[in-house]
Design a protein around this ligand. Structure first.
Ligand code: SAM
Length: 224
């Protein structure tokens, strides 16, 4: 975490986040990772790496799809308190946890939407300069779920593991149909040998056709 400039308030917020996560995990089963150093690296540090993909001090709104216990959206919001954070998460117990967490950390301008990304898009189509997701679906599916939310000229930042190259190959057609292109790959290693990660920086070049995203069963059966 030393590599990120955090003031004492932000450091305290991460401490509170860790404690609340472990406490609520006993009831809600939010994450399989509970050891402190591991949470700090695999969840907090990894989430904050997103801030190296773009200049977040200039970004107004961020959408995190399938945020689970808040990753990567909440750590990024802690680091950039002025950001308006939107979260779409389908599991009710997770959105309840997130609402309590946001209150505990006294974060303002966070909107939590309980629902499936492919179903709650109506008010948010082409609405975000930046959309992100970590560990939600394979890349072809993820592109169809996430890109319709980004504005033309905006970005989708996909957080992936070391097997991303194969996913990228399978995503070629989806990128074409969704008028988007990978313009950067930010590769890094998590500290303490916790593994290799990559952030795919994907730019959306044109508005997405209204027919996307299709229903989940269709996306799953016939990905683009
Ligand atoms: N992003 C978090 C992380 O990296 O720790 C959570 C990852 S978890 C494996 C996947 C999350 O995505 C779950 O919380 C699940 O409920 C949510 N999810 C899956 N499909 C979704 C969809 N179509 N719309 C919204 N949330 C979804």
């Amino acid at each position: 975490m030393k590599e990120f400039k955090l003031d004492s308030k932000q450091k305290q917020q991460f401490e509170k986040y860790y404690e609340f996560l472990v406490q609520e995990n006993q009831k809600f089963n939010l994450t399989s990772i509970t050891e402190k150093n591991e949470v700090y690296i695999k969840h907090f540090y990894d989430s904050l790496k997103l801030t190296e993909a773009l200049d977040f001090s200039k970004i107004e709104k961020l959408l995190d799809i399938g945020s689970g216990a808040g990753f990567p959206g909440v750590p990024v919001k802690i680091m950039y308190p002025n950001l308006q954070l939107y979260i779409i998460e389908t599991t009710m117990k997770k959105t309840r946890f997130l609402a309590e967490l946001i209150e505990l950390l006294e974060l303002e301008n966070v909107e939590i939407i309980n629902g499936r990304a492919e179903e709650v898009i109506v008010n948010y189509r082409e609405f975000f300069p930046v959309v992100t997701a970590r560990a939600v679906a394979n890349l072809p599916m993820l592109l169809e779920l996430c890109l319709p939310y980004a504005e033309a000229g905006g970005f989708f930042l996909a957080m992936k593991g070391s097997a991303y190259l194969e996913e990228l190959e399978r995503a070629e057609n989806a990128l074409k149909l969704l008028d988007s292109e990978v313009i950067g790959e930010i590769k890094y290693q998590l500290p303490d040998n916790y593994g290799d990660r990559v952030i795919l920086k994907i730019r959306k070049n044109k508005p997405t056709k209204e027919m996307y995203p299709r229903k989940f069963a269709v996306i799953k059966k016939r990905h683009l």
